[in-house]
Design a protein around this ligand. Sequence first.
Ligand code: ARG
Length: 454
Amino acid sequence: MTKPMWSGRFTKAIDKIVNDYNSSLPFDCRMYKQDIRGSIAHSQMLAKQGIISGEDAEAIKTGLLSIQEDIDSGKLTFDSDAEDIHMFIEAELTKRIGDAGKRLHTGRSRNDQVALDQRLFLVDESSEIINSLTGLIHVLKSIALDHVRTYMPGYTHLQRAQPITYAHYLTAYIEMFRRDRERFEQACARANISPLGSGALAGTTYPLDRQMTADLLGMNGVGLCSLDGVSDRDFAIEFAAAASILMMHLSRMSEEIILYSSQEFKFYELDDAYSTGSSMMPQKKNPDVAELTRGKTGRVYGDLISLLVIMKGLPLTYNKDMQEVQESLFDVIDTIKAVLPPFCGMLRSMTIRKDNMESAALGGFTNATDLADYLVRKGIPFRSTHEISGKLVHYCIEHNTSLERLSLEEFRQFSELIDEDVYDAISLETCVNKRTLTGGPAPETVIEYLKNVD
Ligand code: ARG
């Protein structure tokens, strides 16, 4: 086993079983690009401050870039007993460039280095996730634009409540996903702060230019307390929380996709390419993509809970427990990135059964509120019109009919004030078109909303 960089005060080599247990290389190797970027910035700053020579900084940069190239191409692999990616790269650098490599870690600790790498990694991954969310919002928007006059029932308690349009339904999810995207943007801005210069915990006596390193890395600023810089992982927790809320939204929509593509609803027909069959039942067509999305939500919540629990009892500052943050965080990232493309594809390819949505909206007395509102306009107080409308619904149920199919004589048994104009007042079109308040389902309102969404 190679001698670790901290071997000076030890008289025995680390036990192999401990080394394997301790090593984060199998997973933190994913951050090699961020680690190299951070080291190049740090060494450039060291040279500018006169802490190392310009030649050493150049040798470090060339050496690190050659390591990156070799990792990228697969020439250099991570089969090593190094404790982590930071030591792996530093050892490789020293192998390649000699003493200059040993000067890289001046004024730095792995404690501020690992915090930096994780922050940079999250910022990189966030921008990909933010772009995917914009893609999802655009898919929903383009479907919505085709359905501003597709009527469907809106539900409460999963009971038909009032008529809406399919476009209006989709705008609910557009709003949720826009807030999700904003949460990632905000989490990313807070993560993009440099902890370098925090050292192991108490900063360093070298005259580092912390702002310069942050600027070279395109970060928004420097952390203002070295203890905090090496010990907090709230940026990771915030990211996982944003991811959990996103998954909750995707899961609710998935649940509706599963429900709406059932034979009981038939609002959706999933594309064959986005469904699966049964090994036994020849007739089956299953919504696996939506179900997996719903299932993976539990997994992301689990990661968030892991992160919260790992951190909750740790005394300041760095503790090795914190190494455990990385795998949960990577799992959140991998899961979100795996979920979004098939989810978008499923939405884009499914058929919307307008006819079934509309007949569902016509049943279930979804216009009963509008009948009560009609009577309010005739001068009756709402509490009384609610009662009259309820009685009419009851009458319809007994006679197996619907409100708009009642004759004027039947209506008048319940209120003398009902006229011929009631039919127009309770038609599906009127119920929807008159709801023009901001946020409502009227086609013009939804079109205006969609125009401003991107
Ligand atoms: N692999 C470690 C981690 O991920 C890096 C920091 C190690 N620092 C230390 N003092 N042992 O947390």
